[in-house]
Design a protein around this ligand. Sequence first.
Ligand code: NAG
Ligand code: NAG
Ligand code: NAG
Ligand code: NAG
Ligand code: NAG
Ligand code: NAG
Length: 619
Amino acid sequence: MGKLIGHSSLRRQLLGSHRPMQWREFFIIVCTLALVLTYRLGWLDELVLSYQPPESVRLERYMNLGELTYEYEYKKSSINWGMAKLKYPPTKPLAKLPDPDELPPLESLPRIQHVFDKETPEEKQLRDKRRRAVRDLTVKSWEGYRAYAWKKDALLPLTGGFQNQFSGWAATLVDSLDTLWIMGLREEFDEAVAAVAEIDFGNSSTPYVNIFETNIRYLGGLLAAYDLSGREVLLQKAVELGNLIYLGFDTHNRLPVDNISLMAANNSIEGEAEGQSAEWQVVSASPGTLTLELTRLSQITGDNKYYDAVDKLIDVFARGQNKTLVPGLFPMYVSMQQGNVTTGNTFTIAGNADSLYEYLPKMHLLLSQTQERLGQLTRGFLDAAKRHLFFRPMVPGGDDILISGNLNVDEMKKKTLDPETEHLACFIGGTLALAGRMLESEEDVVVGARLTRGCVYAYQAFPTGIMPERLNMIPCESSSRCTWNETKWNEEKKKRYEYKPHLPKGFTTAKDPRYILRPEAIESVFYMWRITGEQEWADAAWDMFESVVRATKTPLGAATVKDVTVSSDKVEQEDFMESFWIAETLKYFYLIFSPPDLISLDRYILNTEAHPFLRPEAS
Ligand SMILES: *[C@@H]1O[C@H](CO)[C@@H](O)[C@H](O)[C@H]1NC(C)=O
Ligand SMILES: *[C@@H]1O[C@H](CO)[C@@H](O)[C@H](O)[C@H]1NC(C)=O
Ligand SMILES: *[C@@H]1O[C@H](CO)[C@@H](O)[C@H](O)[C@H]1NC(C)=O
Ligand SMILES: *[C@@H]1O[C@H](CO)[C@@H](O)[C@H](O)[C@H]1NC(C)=O
Ligand SMILES: *[C@@H]1O[C@H](CO)[C@@H](O)[C@H](O)[C@H]1NC(C)=O
Ligand SMILES: *[C@@H]1O[C@H](CO)[C@@H](O)[C@H](O)[C@H]1NC(C)=O
C-alpha cells in the first residue's frame, strides 16, 4: 500500500492544468494561498471560532485543507481477523439492511432539534468565550496525553505516566479523534490519524479483548472520525477491528461473548475453527451495546455480515421484553450462553444496563425508523421505566425533579424501589428527550427535562458543584405531593451504613463520593439544550464546567476527584484521566457552546461514547 498523500481537488486544479490561466483560476489560486497561509499561521482557529457557515460547508473546507498538509502510511495489523474460519457460520440469507436507495430523506422524519433563533451579538460573544475555554482545556489535556502517554490507553495526569486498560491500542487517541476534528484541531487530528494507521489489532496487551469497550471506544471512534473526515485509513482500521469483534459472535447460538479469546480467534486462522464460548452471565449492557457500531459498519462498507450478527441479538431482546418480571425492562444480568434475557430480578437503567436502553431509540434512528420492533422496544422500556424506576426525591426547596433508581423483585413478585442512583444513570434524561422527539411524544421530552434537572440539582447541591458517582435520596410520597421533612431525612441518613453527617440536605448517602470525569450529566444537558433551546441548559452547563475545571485540573490535563462532598479547596485527586474525558465530557461541553448546526441531531447519532455517526438517507 503506497502512501496516501493529499489529493485535494484544489491542488489538482493548480498543478494539473496546462491551459493558459483564466481569471477564475487566478482567483482560486489567490484564495487557496490565502487559506493555506491562514492555516499555517494558526489563524484558522480564529476563523473557525468566529465564522460559522453551515456545517456541511465547513466540513468540506476542512477536508480540503487537511489533505494538503499531511501524509501517513497504512500498516496492516499483524493478523487479518477477516481470514478466521467460523465454527458456527450464520444461516443464509443474511439479515438485510433497508435498501440504501429507498431510505426516506432525513427532512421527512420527525425533527429532533429545536429551531433556534438568531442570537444577539452579546449572546454570541458570551457563547464564544465559553466555547474557547472548553477548547483550551481540550488542547491542554490532549497535549498532556501526547507528551506522556502517546499511543497508550490512558494518561496518568498527576505523575505523567500512562496505563493500558483496553488492549493497549491507544484508547485515548482513538477516542479523541472526532473531538479534535470537531474543534478544528487539524494538525493534532492528522498526527493522530497517522498513529491510527499503525495500530496493530493483531496484538493485545491482554489475552482477552473486552468486546463492549472495544466496540464503543475504538470501533465507534474510528467510524465517527471516518464519517466526519472521510479518511480512508480510518475505515480500513475499522474493518480490521470489526472483523475481530465479529468473531465474538462465533458461538453455538451466535449470541456474543463478553471477552473475545484472542488465542481461539488466532487458532481459527491456521487450524480448525475453534469458535468462542459465551459467558453464562453478563451485564445486559455488554451485548446490548454492540448494535449501533456494527450496523454503521455494514452501512458504510455495504457488507451485511456485521448487521446480520446484531439483528439476531435484537430479536432475542424483542422476544424477551414482555416476558421479564417487569415487562418492558430487562434484568441487569442476562445469559448469552442460554439466550436468556428474562430471568433476573434486579432492574436499573444505570450502570450494567444503561446503554442497552440508550441504543434502542438510537438504532431506530440509524435504521431511519423503518423497523417497527425497534419503535416497540423503545416505547416499552420508556413506559416501564417511567412507572417503576423514576422517582421524585424529597428536597428542601421542593424542586420538581426526577431521579432514576433501581428496582428489586422478590420471590413473591413484590417490587421494591431502591432509591439509589449513580452518575451513569444521568444519560437517561437526554435519551428520553431524544426518543420523545423521534416518537413525537412531547410528554417524554418533559420527563427527560425533569430527570436532567435531577442531575443538575445533584451537581449544584454538593460543595464542589459536582455530583458523586453513587448516592441515595428519599422518594416523595407521590410525584405530585412532596413536603420536606427534616426529621425524616436525618433518620434515614443515620440508618445508612455509609453514614456521613455532612451531606447536603436531601441526600442520605454518597456511597461512592468520587467524580471520575464522567460525561452523562452534561450529555443530557446537551440533549435538552439542542432539543428545547431553553437557556437554562446552557447556563447550567457553564456552572458545571467551572466546577469540574476547579476540582479536576492538573498541570497535564484533568484527574479523578476522590471526594466531591468536601469543599473545593480540600479536594484530593487520583492519578487517572479516562479516555472519555476528551471523547465525551469535553465534546458535550464544546457542542453546547457551539452553533447548533455543528453535529446537529437531525444529521448525526452519537454512540454511547459520544461518537457521531452520520444518519443515512438515499443519495
Ligand atoms: C504486542 O504488544 C505488546 C504491548 O502491548 C508489546 O510489548 C509487544 O512487543 C507486541 N508484540 C508484537 C509482536 O508486536
Ligand atoms: C472477562 O475478562 C476479565 C479479565 O480477564 C474478567 O475479569 C471478567 O470476569 C471476564 N468476564 C466474564 C463475563 O467472564
Ligand atoms: C497467533 O498465532 C501465531 C502462530 O501460531 C503466533 O505466532 C502469534 O503469536 C499468535 N498471536 C496471538 C495474538 O495469539
Ligand atoms: C409488549 O407489550 C406492550 C403492551 O401490552 C405492547 O404494546 C408491545 O407491543 C409489546 N412488545 C412486544 C415487543 O411484543
Ligand atoms: C436462564 O433461564 C434458565 C431457565 O430457563 C435459568 O435456570 C437460568 O438461571 C437463567 N439464567 C440467567 C442468567 O438468567
Ligand atoms: C416527618 O417524618 C417523621 C419520621 O419519619 C414522622 O414521624 C413525622 O410524622 C413526619 N412529619 C410530618 C409533618 O409529616
